[in-house]
Ligand binder design. Structure first.
Ligand code: GLN
Ligand code: ZN
Length: 758
């Protein structure tokens, strides 16, 4: 018999109950007991959703982040959170987000733990901290409580934890401590944990080691061997889980860990499964992640079975089936959706539906395909309907993409010649000032968008309200004395959704929320078909804004790579192909703006870096097509049109050459918090075009002083010639208030004036 299990279930709840409970707890509107009650109800619901499986994950629930939970379980809590008032839960929230509740006095607030992206997903975890003071001690009470809770509910529990190597690898040393010196004490705590779990009657423990799909230096391979040599004989059976990619060079290492079982991502590592079967010692369990845990498409059950049947012949009882990774990365339940196109809805599977697919696959293997004939037939119907649907395929788009050549991405002349023409036409001062696009999204703006969406505000009235906002924003910028203006983006809820809603090939769920970090969720748009632009998307607003001023108005678009990286994408063609389609649609918008006499156009690529593959050896391939797509979208304009791009980071030491290849006339980046240290790379790399290093930290309510901004720009000028520098905030201003933005930008303009005077 094949065994089914799940690696993790979304914990946020199908109506985002956990988000709302957390936020109420943080604002003191519910008690800790009420929060705990919500959590327990959610766990119960989610275990119920998974009850057809042979093994159900326990310990995948988290109030904020599973890596932070692991730090607490290992007794690795930063010293600054010790001995503060309140409960352990409050301390947990302090490490997660700086404070536990809105009205807590400042003395118990601490610096929040650093947050960063979980491998190549959009989920963010709290980075474990190591220092000379680090010592581990087992604090498994919460995990044990959940195991007992599951037991009472008759759940066949398989505890899930972050593996020791991945934990160590993800953590950061805060002083000169060598992480590897912590190895021995870490082994002891894990060993103790496994002993305790065995005493509870636990049979299997899932030990997540996703670092197995990255390039591991020899040192880390050694860590793996040492850790598992010490742990493999634990009194519980360990299932080491790798996901998000293939093992490649780590295949022998993974197969030789000596543990009872191995889970592999059979979506991303399909080609190496046979090699694993051949290498894995006799008697070990092989769990195959055959249902994609990262996207929202239905699994092709008959194709999967065709591939699995011989494997099952070979492995028999040793074969387990699961989703490729935790279902944390997909929305909870498709049944929630009432407004999706009924054809498209048939092509989709969210977490709950993915588990049904898993059960069907297992039943087909265990009892023969005949036992699920009807279900397989209906799956084939959906798969075929999608494959041949006219909703998906647009031959005009395909033909256009087929004709794309690199020349489409080339500007007419080089930067030097362009800069001269643009300088004459735009007539900007030295250190020109601008902003990144959005201005404060006031409650009034949100209300108008909401009313319009609900049909409670007519299109005419809505346009009127938005035009008034644009007018207000343009006036404010003129009064502030900024040099290059923007319309302020009041009509945009989100920089991807706004464009997605106007492009063919995109659709939107109502409740397809996915946790991004803590209580924050995102609802990625779904790209289901060939992308085209039925009509201009930003023209009217931009032309209107330009009509209000004699200063140059900068058009504002989201770039193709960011559109791609922040959406659920098609699995029936390459990311590259989808990206090219997006880039042609954006290109048309750029050219329309240019025709309408907009002289500067910014194309935001906030998420370019996020798309980098896990293995460095694959970076260049990604960068090649991503930069090509960007260039096609941006570079069709004449020399006199100035192209800007914006990125929400400036850690691009390792991709600076690719950034330069974009050949934007101006890039604006986020630098203020790093004290311009992030610009060090410009000492080594001679970046040829113009740069606006952010001088205003828009994530903070603080108003930067004139002096501080002058100082930052002077530091920038040490690395980049002043005539190629712009003065601007780190990012868009939409989350700020006017009473913050006005004085901050006034100071910024003063700073630029001082810099010009020298
Ligand atoms: N133009 C966008 C804005 O200002 C850019 C946002 C971003 O880079 N995340 O809001
Ligand atoms: Zn940004």
């Amino acid at each position: 018999m094949v065994t089914t299990h799940n690696l993790g279930f979304p914990r946020i709840g199908k109506h985002r109950q956990l988000k709302f409970a957390l936020e109420k707890y943080w604002s003191n509107t519910i008690s800790a007991d009420e929060l705990l009650q919500t959590a327990s109800t959610l766990r119960q619901q989610h275990w119920h959703n998974q009850n057809q499986l042979d093994w159900v994950p326990v310990g995948d629930f988290s109030f904020y982040d599973q890596v932070l939970d692991m730090s607490f379980l290992l007794g690795n809590v930063p010293k600054r959170a010790d001995n503060l008032s309140g409960s352990e839960l409050d301390n947990y929230f302090r490490v997660a987000r700086g404070r536990s509740s809105a009205n807590e006095s400042d003395c118990t607030c601490i610096q929040a733990g650093e947050m960063t992206k979980w491998f190549d997903t959009n989920y963010h975890y709290i980075v474990p901290e190591f220092s000379q003071e680090t010592s581990f001690s087992l604090q498994a009470q919460h995990l044990i409580a959940q195991i007992n809770e599951a037991k009472i509910q008759g759940v066949k529990a398989k505890p899930v934890i972050i593996g020791p190597v991945t934990y160590l690898w993800l953590g950061k040393s805060k002083d000169d401590t060598n992480k590897l010196d912590l190895l021995d004490s870490l082994i002891q705590v894990y060993a103790q944990l496994f002993d305790e779990l065995a005493m509870l009657g636990v049979e299997w423990v899932q030990v997540d080691e996703p670092v197995l799909v990255t390039e591991l230096e020899e040192e880390w391979q050694f860590v793996f061997k040492k850790m598992y040599a010490a742990l493999a004989n634990s009194p519980v059976k360990l299932l080491v889980a790798s996901y998000f990619g293939s093992l490649q060079d780590n295949l022998t290492l993974a197969c030789g860990l000596g543990v009872a079982g191995l889970h592999l991502d059979a979506i991303n590592a399909k080609d190496e499964i046979q090699a694993v079967i051949d290498t894995l010692p006799e008697g070990k369990v092989l769990s195959l992640g055959v249902v994609n845990g990262r996207n929202i498409w239905k699994t092709d059950l008959s194709a999967t079975l065709l591939w699995l049947e011989p494997i099952y012949q070979q492995l028999q009882n040793r074969l387990w089936l699961a989703p490729s990774c935790s279902l944390l990365h997909v929305p909870v339940d498709l049944d929630n959706e009432q407004e999706l196109d009924s054809d498209i809805k048939l092509w989709l599977a969210f977490a709950v539906q993915k588990l049904d697919e898993l059960s069907l696959l297992a039943q087909a293997l265990n009892q023969g395909r005949a036992s699920v004939t009807k279900e397989i037939a209906s799956n084939i119907d959906s798969i075929n309907a999608r494959k041949y649907s006219p909703l998906v395929h647009n031959s005009a788009v395909k033909e256009r993409v087929a004709q794309v050549n690199d020349a489409l991405g080339n500007r007419q002349s080089d930067y030097q010649s362009r800069a001269k023409l643009q300088g004459e036409k735009l007539n900007l001062p030295l250190y020109p000032t601008t902003t990144i696009g959005s201005f404060p999204q006031t409650p009034k703006i949100r209300q108008a968008r909401r009313d319009y969406k609900l049909g409670e505000l007519s299109a005419e009235k809505y346009t009127q309200v938005m035009r008034l906002e644009i007018q207000h924003c343009v006036q404010a910028q003129e009064q502030l004395g900024l040099d290059v203006l923007v319309h302020g983006e009041p009509e945009r809820n989100d920089m991807v959704e706004y464009f997605g809603q106007q492009l063919s090939g995109y659709t939107f769920s109502q409740f397809g929320w996915v946790q991004s970090y803590g209580s924050r969720c995102v609802k990625p748009p779904i790209i289901f078909g060939d992308i085209s632009r039925p009509k201009p998307m930003t023209l009217d607003w931009t032309i209107y804004a330009q009509s209000l001023t004699n200063k140059p108005m900068k058009g504002m678009l989201t770039g193709p790579v960011t559109m791609l990286n922040w959406s659920f994408v098609r699995d029936d063609q390459s990311r590259e192909s989808t990206c090219l389609q997006l880039s042609l649609a954006i290109r048309d918008e750029v050219l329309d703006l240019e025709k309408s006499n907009i002289k500067l156009i910014q194309i935001d690529e906030a998420a370019l870096r996020e798309g980098l593959p896990l293995r460095k050896s694959q970076w260049q391939t990604y960068l090649n097509w991503a930069i090509k797509a960007y260039r096609i979208s941006a570079n069709g304009v004449g020399d006199e049109t100035q192209i800007h791009t914006h990125m929400c980071y400036s850690e691009f030491n390792d991709i600076i050459a690719a950034i330069a290849q974009m050949d934007a006339d101006v890039i604006t980046i986020e630098t203020s918090r790093s004290d311009m240290e992030l610009l060090d790379i410009f000492d080594e790399f001679d970046y040829p075009n113009e740069i606006g290093p952010g001088v205003y930290d828009i994530h903070s309510p603080n108003i930067p002083s004139v002096d501080s901004m002058v100082e930052l720009m002077q530091k920038a000028a040490q690395r980049i010639p002043a005539k190629r520098l712009w003065v601007n905030p780190d990012c868009g201003l939409k989350t700020r208030q006017w009473n913050e933005v006005n004085p901050a930008l006034a100071n910024m303009v003063l700073a630029a004036q001082q810099l010009r005077e020298g």
